[in-house]
Design a protein around this ligand. Structure first.
Ligand SMILES: [Ca+2]
Length: 395
């Protein structure tokens, strides 16, 4: 968010009107400038608007040409408005949108498509995203330029200080049966990359990166880029959990043995493990309206060496999405041991929870203590476990 005077928006990218990844063909790439107030598209139902795609750089300046330049390491999306996304969402109708004095600048690696209608068809699959870790790199620098062409000159300049490298990981096969996590570090070809582990201040122990390396334990990889002149980037640190070579589980033998509450005809308990994200276990809301907490028990059909579990919230509504939970395991379905407690976020993507240490179990229990909607429902679209091979485990 920027102070009021910085309300001239200049950008190299698609324009002059808004563009999105499924709505950009009328917006040519060019150098554009205009007041922030003119970037706002007056939709009757206020919603995200004014996005610009394929940006190389953007600038926000005051009347004298002083301001900030944002150079992007990629073709990002951005918007500059007198509203936050929350302002627009809460306004509900065009007449209730009250512009802020400040300038709200948003930058995105990617922005989902819009689809055919704000309340109707979803965007096509290619214009949506699955959750993944991405690295975003941009620089902010002071700017003093009135004309867009002067700004473009600064926008073209390569920065004296390089950007940090990108850190990526992949699962690679190391033998017939085993896999490992491999880390790759990337920077421009004429630059070196140095890396070290675990402590931001561990720079003294850094080694030069030459090829991808194995990193299976929990820890943080730190890295910097260094130019030929010896100028280094700021360090980047990426934290990794313990790597587990997870089994591909067959769920044919799985069975839900108990749920404390069920909404018949909609929320059958079997829906929690049927492999279909669209179906869900839903506790009763129409007759008995059972209060929290709620529990569901699953028999995995055989003893497994579990390292964690996965939960998928209801897809078509936030109703019943679990907030605080506890997770239990059992070998016999009688004696239970709590192995995890935690919080889930309120979204419709898979969420993973790892235990402190692997444990053997044939039965699992998810206990929902409360839900994000502050009501008494629990819903589970899918429940899954993460297991690793263990020779000691038998049927
Ligand atoms: Ca399901």
């Amino acid at each position: 968010m920027l102070a009021e005077p910085y309300d001239t928006f200049t950008w190299l990218g698609r324009g002059p009107h808004e563009s999105y990844r499924d709505r950009w063909q009328s917006a040519d790439v060019g150098l554009y400038q205009g007041p922030v107030s003119e970037q706002y598209e007056r939709y009757v139902r206020p919603q995200d608007n004014g996005n610009k795609t394929d940006l190389r750089w953007a600038a926000l300046t005051d009347d004298s040409g002083r301001g900030v330049m944002i150079q992007m390491d990629g073709r990002y999306s951005a918007s500059a408005l007198h509203h936050t996304a929350k302002d627009l969402d809460e306004a509900r109708h065009i007449h209730r949108v009250i512009p802020r004095d400040e300038v709200v600048f948003c930058i995105d690696v990617e922005h989902m498509g819009l689809g055919g209608a704000s309340c109707g068809p979803q965007p096509m699959q290619i214009h949506r995203f699955a959750p993944e870790t991405v690295q975003m790199r941009y620089t902010l620098s002071p700017l003093r330029a009135r004309r867009p062409s002067q700004m473009a000159e600064q926008g073209r300049q390569r920065l004296a200080v390089p950007l940090p490298p990108t850190v990526s990981d992949s699962k690679v096969k190391v033998s017939e049966t085993d896999h490992s996590r491999q880390i790759s570090l990337h920077a421009p070809a004429d630059m070196e990359v140095l890396y070290w582990f675990d402590r931001p201040a561990g720079r003294d122990s850094a080694v030069r990166y030459t090829e991808p390396f194995t990193f299976d334990r929990a820890g943080t990889v730190y890295a910097v880029t260094r130019t030929r002149q010896g100028v280094e980037s700021l360090p980047i640190g990426r934290e990794f959990p313990q790597f587990y070579d997870l089994l591909d589980l067959e769920k044919g033998e799985w069975r839900v043995v108990r749920a404390d509450s069920v909404q018949p005809g909609e929320g059958e308990m079997e829906h929690a493990i049927d492999g279909d994200p669209a179906t869900f276990w839903h506790t009763n809301w129409s007759t008995t309206q059972d209060p929290m907490p709620h529990e569901i028990d699953v028999d995995l059909g055989r003893t497994l060496n579990l390292v964690g579990f996965r939960y998928l919230g209801r897809q078509d509504s936030a109703n019943g999405r679990i907030d605080r939970y506890e997770f239990f395991v059992s070998l016999d379905g009688q004696q239970w041991q709590r192995v995890k407690r935690g919080l889930f976020d309120n979204h419709a993507r898979w969420q993973e929870a790892f235990f402190d240490r692997p444990c053997q179990a044939r039965y699992i229990r998810l206990k929902a203590l409360n839900e994000h909607g502050q009501s008494y429902y629990t819903t589970v679209a899918e429940l899954d476990v993460m297991a690793v091979p263990d020779s000691r485990v038998s049927r």
